[in-house]
Design a protein around this ligand. Sequence first.
Ligand code: PAF
Length: 280
Amino acid sequence: MPTVLRTVGEVSAWSERARREGRVALVPTMGFLHEGHLTLLREARRRAERVAATVFVNPKQFGPNEDFSRYPRDLEGDLRKCDSAGAEVVFAPEERELYPAGFQTAVEVGELSRGLCGERRPGHFRGVATVVTKLLCAVRPHLALFGEKDYQQLQVIRALARDLDLGVEIVGVPTVREPDGLALSSRNAYLSAEDRKRALAIHRGMLAAKQRVGAGGRAVRELVDLVRKSLASEGLREDYVEIVDAQTLKSLTSVSPERPSRLLVAAFVGSTRLIDNIAL
Ligand code: PAF
């Protein structure tokens, strides 16, 4: 089983020793690990000699009416999964270890944080950027891996690592899906069997848009409508459906083969908010 480290001092000391022996990779998570996280850990193991995971449900990235208190937690199960996927240590701090009394610093990434989830979840990316910066400073890995499932988050983290000269390579790993297309997410645990079936409308809609692009469709409005129709067919409530430049995340009015674009969707299945995205 991986060693559980509880303090910044312990994980920094581990990393200092590990860095003398090879490349160190970090996989930050909020726990309740699924195959998507395990893919990150296996990829980390392929790229580095020493692998650490973090398990910390970060209160700063949840809004006041969001699911912080009921977010699923299972440290014992996570440790077994980390063991099987090659993590040598798991940094699982208490909240007061990362945010002791008097903590008053935040990391804010500009433009990239503003639209999409940033607009619907005020303060979310400030919370993500702050905790990820702290984790990267504590562990000082050579590389850190994040899923493309949280596409805006990945771009925000790339920006903070670059802008703050953290000297860490940020690696994005493709989304892992169930055989029927549902993107893996810890929040899928909230879905009833019926809602899980309805949630497939997100992926179906994204595929319809991608197929239309393959057949020559270029107008964003038409592509977005295809996704909206699919969401509506299962009674899902749209939070947003947007097509943006894959790097800047700026809205587009048309897609073009010369400029990578990304379709991003957030929708409510009952009270569960799911996000997904696809390259067009
Ligand atoms: O993607 C997540 O699980 C979280 O947002 C992260 C990156 C671990 C920060 O808390």
